[in-house]
Design a binder for this molecule. Structure first.
Ligand SMILES: [Zn+2]
Ligand SMILES: [Zn+2]
Length: 243
C-alpha cells in the first residue's frame, strides 16, 4: 500500500489560513495515512488533530516549527515530544510574548506611516520589505522579533524527549560546503534529522538524502501547506520518510 505522509503543514493556530479541523478533513479525503501538524511556535492544534487522527485510524506525530535567529529561514522542526514538558512550554510562552511585542511595535509603525495593516500583512516578506522601502519606511523592525537560537530550540526539543530536524535546508541559500559545516555544528547541539523532502527542494531531494546519510540524520519531509489548497508536492511525490 502506498503510504501518504505529510509531516509539515500549518493551521490558523499559527500562520495558516484554515482550522485544524478543515486541514484534517482535507488530508482525510485525500487518504493520507501519516500526519504531523507543525505550527510556528505553537502546539494548540495538536489536541484536536491527534483526536481526529485517532478516530480515523491515521498515524499522528505531534510537531512544531521554531524560527531561530541564527540565519534568516533557519527553522527547526520538533517531532514526537512530551507536550507537557516545562522547557517546551516555557519556550512557546516566550515565543508568543516576543511575537506580541513585535506586532505591537509593527502596528505602531504602520499606523504612524498611515499604511493599511491588512494589506501589509498579506504581503510576502520580500514584498513587504520592498513596499516599506518604496514608502520611505525603515524595514528594520521586520527583523526585530526576538527569536530563540537554533541551539536553544534543538536543546529544548531534546529536553522534551522530541526529535529536532532542520527544516527546508535549501531555503538557507547555502552551498553544500557551508551547509555541511552548519550540520556539523547543529549535530553537536543534538540535531537528529534533515527535511530532505520539501517543495523548495523539488528535484534535489537526493542531494539532501545523501547529506542526511553522511551525518546520520533521519530523513523527513512535508508539503509546508498553509491552507486546504494543499501543496501538490506530497500528492505527486512518493515521500520516503524514515521516522
Ligand atoms: Zn519554515
Ligand atoms: Zn513550515
Amino acid at each position: 500500500m502506498r503510504i501518504k505522509k505529510d509531516l509539515h503543514f500549518h493551521t490558523n493556530m499559527s500562520d495558516g489560513s484554515n482550522s485544524p479541523y478543515d486541514m484534517f478533513m482535507t488530508y482525510f479525503k485525500k487518504n493520507y495515512n501519516v500526519l504531523s501538524v507543525t505550527d510556528h511556535g505553537c502546539i494548540d492544534a495538536i489536541p484536536i488533530m491527534s483526536q481526529l487522527c485517532a478516530q480515523h485510524n491515521i498515524k499522528f506525530i505531534n510537531g512544531i516549527e521554531i524560527s531561530t535567529d541564527d540565519y534568516p529561514n533557519m527553522h527547526i522542526l520538533g517531532y514526537s515530544f512530551d507536550e507537557t514538558s516545562p522547557a517546551l512550554l516555557d519556550l512557546i510562552k516566550t515565543i508568543k510574548h516576543n511575537r506580541r511585542v513585535f506586532l505591537k511595535k509593527a502596528m505602531k509603525i504602520l499606523s504612524l506611516h498611515k499604511i493599511d495593516a491588512e494589506h501589509f500583512w498579506a504581503l510576502e516578506k520580500d514584498e513587504s520589505i520592498e513596499f516599506l522601502y518604496e514608502n520611505n519606511v525603515p524595514s528594520d523592525f521586520l527583523y526585530n522579533c526576538e527569536k530563540p537560537s537554533a541551539m536553544q530550540a534543538i536543546e529544548v526539543i531534546n529536553e522534551s524527549g522530541g526529535v529536532a530536524v532542520l527544516a527546508h535546508p535549501s531555503k538557507l541559500g547555502f552551498s553544500i560546503y557551508t551547509l555541511r559545516n552548519i550540520l556539523k555544528k547543529l549535530k553537536t547541539y543534538g540535531l537528529k534529522g534533515l527535511e530532505c523532502y520539501h517543495p523548495s527542494q523539488q528535484g534535489k531531494e537526493d542531494k539532501y538524502v545523501r547529506l542526511s546519510r553522511e551525518f546520520d540524520l533521519i530523513v523527513t519531509g512535508g508539503s509546508d501547506s498553509h491552507s486546504i489548497d494543499l501543496h501538490n508536492y506530497t500528492e505527486h511525490y512518493q515521500i520516503e520518510i524514515i521516522f
